[in-house]
Every structure is written in structure tokens, then in C-alpha cells.
Design a protein. Structure first.
Length: 118
């Protein structure tokens, strides 16, 4: 996994699937509040007049010149839970993002949110 400060430099770069198909553009990084490691990214997708942000896990992602390659295919990412481009993910919706990718969800020790935007 790459360091959190490194991945922040990739904001605005393409996000591609394992086959190299462009999914969208990296908008923000969300870190796991327990480990403070990059966990998810939001990707801008949609038509120019109807953009939205979808969530994609960063586990096993790789970076290259001008792109971040994720391990999930384009269709699965585009079908992921989304928010408006100026929206925020409500805490109660975090579980659905994890479930979409078949990942286990665990809130923080005190019940706090699992993901925080950085």
C-alpha cells in the first residue's frame, strides 16, 4: 500500500479498472479512522451535467504515471453507492459502501465513523 501523503498527489488523475478502462477522476481519499491509512477513494463519474461521486476501495490499488488502478471493474465501481459532488457520506451509509464490495464493516472502538475524508 502507498503512503497517505503520496496518494493525495493523485487527486484529479484518472482511476482505471484492472483492464485499464477509465472509470473516472480521483476526487478525494478517505482513510480508515483506526489505522489512518487510505481506505477508499471517491471517483467523479457521470455525464458532464450530472456528475456524482462513487466510492471505491484502495486495497491492492497501484499507481502509475497519471492514473490509479483499482482492483474492481468499471461496472462494479459505477454501480457503487454515490453522493453528490458537493455531498458527504452520512455515517449510517458507510456500511452499504463496504457491503457493495463484499468488505467487512467495523466502526471505530467508540462507535465512531470508520471513514474520514482527508
Amino acid at each position: 500500500m502507498f503512503e497517505a501523503e503520496d496518494i493525495r498527489k493523485w487527486r484529479g488523475h484518472d482511476v482505471v479498472d484492472p483492464e485499464g478502462h477509465k472509470i473516472g477522476v480521483l476526487e478525494a481519499i478517505y482513510v480508515d479512522t483506526v489505522t489512518d491509512q487510505p481506505s477508499f477513494a471517491t471517483v467523479t463519474v457521470g455525464l458532464p451535467t450530472r456528475h456524482r461521486l462513487v466510492f471505491v476501495p484502495l486495497g491492492d490499488a497501484t499507481v502509475g504515471p497519471g492514473y490509479v488502478k483499482v482492483v474492481h471493474d468499471k461496472k462494479q465501481v459505477k454501480d457503487a453507492p454515490s453522493i453528490d459532488t458537493d455531498g458527504e457520506l452520512p455515517a449510517e451509509d458507510e456500511k452499504s459502501v463496504f457491503a457493495h464490495y463484499g468488505l467487512a464493516y467495523r466502526a471505530g472502538v467508540g462507535g465512531e465513523r470508520c471513514l474520514a475524508r482527508r
